[in-house]
Design a protein around this ligand. Structure first.
Ligand code: SAM
Ligand code: 2KA
Ligand code: SF4
Ligand code: MG
Length: 243
């Protein structure tokens, strides 16, 4: 028995962030995080507020639910959290997805290594800038990126994605960019109001922040090979959960 703590299974929807933005995908969100970012838009995975909704599930139970929701209509599954990299036993679920010929995306912050990282098709590592209140373990991040770069599997991608709320975050992102040359690099607009239900107001604010981040990056000669992205799903569904 190798049960996984699951908080949400949803989709199909679009991947709203990062290197495969727009990709049709199912989502599996695991419970638990070793961080507690001040602005976490998924704090319910670790702050105890949804602990009664956590389900301990076997890989085949998760797969069954994905098929019930998505039928034959998907080929991508994104695993997020919380921090799915806390779960050593996620390897069983990953093997199942591979056997079903599903491409696997995974979101993690780069604080833990798991050997099953080698099996992930699109691995997004999202180190946390100062505004999060977290401190990056650069030794761990070095180790993770070194291992992944050494594997040399051209079918598998890894990228860095940094959420930006202010100038300090931007400087942090530059430092990370310079430390890991050659890794596809993304800047993402930070959502500083993850509670509002006023989608129109949120979209206006986020567009303003996107504009700010674009203008800043475009005149910056240090950040050359970089992609600047919004969280696309927030433009469509605001702060709604399970989309
Ligand atoms: C909820 S986290 C889960 C995966 C993992 N714990 C991580 O942080 O990478 C998924 C992505 O959402 C981003 N994120 C969380 N809160 C956000 C916010 N308020 N605005 C923009 N992005 C946010 C994180 O930086 C991460 O890239
Ligand atoms: N549509 C959609 N795209 C996403 N990309 C990353 C997400 C996450 O919470 O990890 C996320 C999410 O929650 N929904
Ligand atoms: S690392 Fe990810 S899930 Fe954990 S608190 Fe930060 S944004 Fe939220
Ligand atoms: Mg999210």
């Amino acid at each position: 028995m190798s049960k996984i703590p699951v908080l949400e299974i949803f989709g199909p929807t679009i991947q709203g962030e990062g290197m495969v933005i727009g990709q049709k995908t199912m989502f599996v969100r695991t419970a638990g995080c070793d961080y507690s970012c001040s602005w976490c838009d998924s704090a319910f995975t670790w702050d105890g507020s949804s602990k009664d909704s956590i389900r301990q599930m076997e890989p085949d139970e998760i797969w069954k639910e994905l098929k019930e929701l998505g039928g034959e209509g998907f080929s991508f599954v994104t695993i997020s959290g919380g921090n799915p990299a806390l779960l050593k036993n996620l390897d069983g679920f990953i093997s199942l997805l591979k056997a079903e010929r599903i491409k696997i995306c995974l979101e993690t912050q780069g604080s833990r290594w798991q050997d099953w990282f080698y099996e992930i098709d699109e691995l997004t590592i999202s180190p946390k800038p100062p505004s999060s209140g977290m401190k990056t373990d650069f030794e761990m991040l070095d180790l993770i990126l070194e291992k992944l770069q050494k594997r040399g599997d051209r079918d598998k991608q890894v990228s860095l994605k940094i959420v930006i709320f202010n100038d300090d975050d931007y400087e942090y992102a530059k430092m990370v960019y310079q430390r890991y040359p050659g890794i596809p690099f993304y800047l993402q607009v930070g959502n500083d109001d993850t509670a509002t239900a006023d989608d129109q107001d949120l979209m206006q604010r986020l567009l303003g922040k996107y504009n700010w981040l674009i203008e800043k990056t475009m005149v910056d000669h240090d950040l050359k090979d970089v992609k600047v992205l919004p969280q696309l799903h927030t433009y469509i569904w605001g702060n709604k959960r399970g989309v």
